[in-house]
Design a protein around this ligand. Structure first.
Ligand SMILES: Nc1ncnc2c1ncn2[C@@H]1O[C@H](COP(=O)(O)OP(=O)(O)OP(=O)(O)O)[C@@H](O)[C@H]1O
Length: 590
């Protein structure tokens, strides 16, 4: 008899096994067949794998598939192997080549770019991209170097004022050859957007590569070929510099990417030293001192004595006596660039000043213009009122002939020893005395620069700023003396008169002597006399006819502030009664 047990229904095994079961039931060791669960895992991890697999299927003979599908299959294959190829390439590059990385704000980067622009970008027919940088240069008749001539747009103003553009290697990679050796030039960059130029600090991108840098690479394990190439670029720059000086400004538009965006740059024809009318012995002494400072012997001396390798001059005197012009001519003579800081613009803080100094190359002339007008006066102790200029001379400067202006009002002394006047100035100028001292010779400040401070009234400066070690030479630039008046006459009128009006050299000598006798000694600045001679349009007889009337009319007039090194386009607006020449808009010290 059948018992109840026989009634119990036993569930039948599923006819269609679940996918999971099927997967796990699959034999693992069938030769030549990849288990499905492994395929699943792979396609989940790399979706491209499945696409690739499907297209490969279509490629098999007998499989119907259009040409497009075949093409897509190849493309998918490429996509799949590309990461592996990238790693392989990185490995091979690492194993077979050497490289140097140059931060973009380093002067070496500019030298390499200049060489690239001239030898690769400018010459190759294959160049399809370049970075164009404007330089707004004033051509004073000197020859511009090849690099600047690559793209020149004359604005038609008589051919003397031209807007220059420089053509630099763009961001990206470029292979080039030096002799039989290939090099790879890569320029990387990101911009923060604050300045048109890249930021000062280098940053790494998500692949760990340095941004805002130039990377040079070549075949082999030695760095020597790369070092030799960098030296070639340096030599090219020095050789090519003949005839031009790059002037960098702390203010103005057109930030220079090679200074971390801190400086604006303009290319100028070199002002020759013999165009500066000043005491010849004084000039020779300064030139000799600066040359000696950059000699190997002097570098050794500084190193042996453990003295920071720096030199400082203070040029002082009335406006328009050639302080800035001489600084520029000296930079041209030393074949280095000049960096101009104008603290009086009020847009430079202690931090910015520090960054400006950090971006300086090792060899350069730095000019801090009109330092007294920046408001960094002498720090006064509590209860000490400022003394009127002319009654004290704590810096050891004689101050003959300098207009002292209205007598100083006693300043209100504030708690903490600062008076209201100096506090007010600090607020306006944002640079403090300690910030300035820190920038010019703090621990982080670059060595190798020649610092020139210009001042109309050095007596109001703090002694800390002018002490020996910071200022090694104090030079007075005075008003025109007869010998300099002759020189300026011959230079501005004589040369042209001989060349175009047919005057003889002896005649010009005689005219110059007469002219200098008519210009009272130590009364006018060279800039004033220069402007008068310009108005005579190269006619020596006209100059002699009109000089007496000009002396009477001009004597007693306070010389106008001249020679701002801010380029004319960025300079101050001219007043209605300003004559262009008189304003210094054209006579910017070069
Ligand atoms: N000694 C000089 N020799 C030749 N040119 C001079 C001389 N002094 C001034 N000049 C001319 O006068 C103009 C202004 O000169 P510069 O800017 O060098 O004067 P500065 O003393 O620096 O004036 P500031 O104190 O206003 O800066 C320039 O065009 C320059 O050519």
């Amino acid at each position: 008899m059948a018992g109840p047990m026989s009634e119990i229904a036993i569930p039948a095994p599923p006819t269609t096994p679940s996918t999971e079961l099927a997967l796990y039931n699959e034999p693992l060791d069938t030769p030549g067949v990849i288990p499905k669960h492994l395929k699943r895992a792979a396609t989940a991890e790399y979706p491209l794998f499945e696409i690739l697999q499907r297209f490969l299927l279509r490629l098999q003979p007998g499989n119907a598939g259009g040409e497009l599908e075949k093409f897509l299959a190849v493309l998918a294959l490429y996509k799949a192997v590309a990461p592996a190829y990238r790693h392989f390439k990185i490995f091979i590059t690492w194993a077979l080549t050497s490289q140097v990385t140059i931060p973009e704000h380093d002067p070496v980067a500019r030298e390499v770019s200049t060489w690239m622009a001239s030898h690769v970008i400018g010459k190759s027919m294959m160049t399809r991209g370049a970075m164009i940088v404007s330089t707004n240069s004033m051509d004073h008749g000197g020859s511009l170097n090849m690099f600047q001539q690559m793209i020149t747009q004359d604005n038609g103003a008589g051919g003397s004022d031209s807007s220059e553009t420089q053509c630099l290697p763009p961001i990206g990679k470029r292979v080039f050859w030096v002799g039989f050796r290939p090099f790879l030039f890569s320029r990387t960059g990101v911009s923060t957007g604050r300045h048109p130029g890249p930021p000062m600090n280098n940053v790494l991108d998500d692949k760990g590569e340095v941004q805002n840098a130039i990377v040079l690479r070549t075949i082999g394990w030695s760095l020597q070929p790369l070092k030799d190439f960098v030296k070639t670029c340096h030599d090219f720059k020095v050789h090519n510099k003949t005839g031009t000086t790059t002037v960098y400004f702390s203010s103005g538009s057109g930030r220079d990417p090679y200074t971390g965006g801190e400086w604006s740059s303009v290319v100028k024809a070199v002002r020759k030293l013999d165009t500066i009318d000043m005491d010849e012995d004084l000039k020779a002494d300064l030139v000799h001192d600066a040359e000696y400072y950059y000699s190997a012997e002097s570098k050794r001396f500084f190193a042996d004595c453990g003295i920071p390798y720096r030199r400082g001059y203070m040029f002082w005197g009335p406006p328009g006596t050639g302080k800035t012009s001489f600084s520029a001519a000296l930079a041209g003579h030393l074949k280095c660039d000049i960096y101009i800081i104008n603290l009086a613009t009020g847009d430079i803080s202690d931090g910015r000043l520090h960054r400006l100094f950090l971006a300086l190359p090792r060899k350069c002339v730095v000019v801090i213009e009109d330092i007294d007008s920046a408001g960094i006066g002498r720090e006064q102790g509590p209860g000490e009122a400022p003394k009127p200029p002319g009654t004290e001379n704590t810096n050891g400067f004689p101050i003959p002939g300098i207009p002292t202006g209205p007598p100083f009002l006693p300043a209100m002394t504030m708690p903490g020893g600062h008076n209201a006047q100096s506090n007010d100035r600090r607020k306006r100028n944002m640079v403090t005395l300690s910030g300035l001292l820190n920038a010019i010779d703090g621990n982080a400040s670059a060595e190798g620069r020649l610092l020139i401070m210009t001042s109309n009234n050095p007596d109001i400066l703090d002694e800390a700023l002018t002490r020996p070690g910071r200022i090694d030479k104090k030079v007075h630039f005075g008003k025109l003396m007869p010998a300099a008046a002759q020189g300026i006459f011959k230079r501005l009128i004589g040369r042209a008169a001989i060349a175009t009006l047919g005057f003889m050299e002896e005649q010009i000598e005689a005219f110059a002597l007469q002219f200098s006798a008519k210009v009272p000694a130590d009364t006018f600045t060279p800039a004033q006399v220069q402007n008068f001679l310009h108005s005579c349009r190269g006619d020596p007889e006209k100059a002699l006819r009109e000089i007496d009337a000009w002396v009477i009319a001009t004597r007693g007039k306070k010389p106008k502030k001249e020679g701002s090194l801010v380029p004319p386009k960025q300079g101050r607006e001219l007043d209605d009664d300003d004559d262009m020449m008189d304003s210094g808009a054209y006579s910017d010290g070069f």
